[in-house]
Design a protein around this ligand. Sequence first.
Ligand SMILES: [Zn+2]
Length: 293
Amino acid sequence: MPELPEVETVRRGLAPYLEGATIDKVTLNRKDLRFPFPKGFIKALEGQTITSVGRRAKYLLFRLSSGKTWLGHLGMTGAFRFADFRFKEPSRYYEPGENIKHDHVVVHLTHPSRGKLTLVYSDARRFGFMEVFARDEDSPYLQGLGPEPLGNEFNAAEMAARFRGKSAPIKAALLDQRVVAGLGNIYVSEALHRAHIRPTVPAKNLVLKSGKPSTRLDLLADGVRAVLTEAIEAGGSTLRDFRDADGGSGYFQHRFAVYDREGEPCPTPGCTGTIRRIVQSGRSSFFCPVCQH
Ligand SMILES: [Zn+2]
């Protein structure tokens, strides 16, 4: 499932082709993805110029000249590509496959310098969805989201205020989208390992009596930013490779330190631990029992 770095990589891949482009025609090959396409979806898009391609949490936000926003969520297998040229997979991650039966949305555009473009959205499992709304406040998906982990509002002091008195495990607290937006299972495991914090530690244990963040919470805030930034940079470099190589393998050959590495040696320098997997709230957590406590 794409997490924040993957969605950001998709955004960066699409932006140079879509920003400034005008939407000539939209074809929907079915009525729904995870949810039905909203009423008036095609009408809201056709004739509009895409002024910017943004992201909030795991949502792609295509801002339109009308002032409206076209929102896209990739679900588990959603991907955008351009049908026109050799660089086919600007948003490809995981297994590539030219299977047009999963092409659900086709958007014909004219870009002022690149000319005619055909943007295709495919989604084999159809957990993705699209929406269009007039103002961010009108979208239920954007309501109540916590700060962007790579933005200025995300910091240890902010987390301390949220975690004070919370006995929930730190893993669950970090997955709460009101605490930090867009963080998922993989990067929570990675950030906790980076900060040497065990995923089962009660969130309140990382807050001092004064309400200030502990040193460990400072490390965790840094860890969250670091793992996301590195993953985005890795995605970016893969994206550049794709332009030359015409695809082949997936987007994220990014190597994780602990995620999905049960039984392997801990990569922390000098640590002799072996990565363990436990299940928390029905989802796997990976950690090193020696250097995470
Ligand atoms: Zn370790």
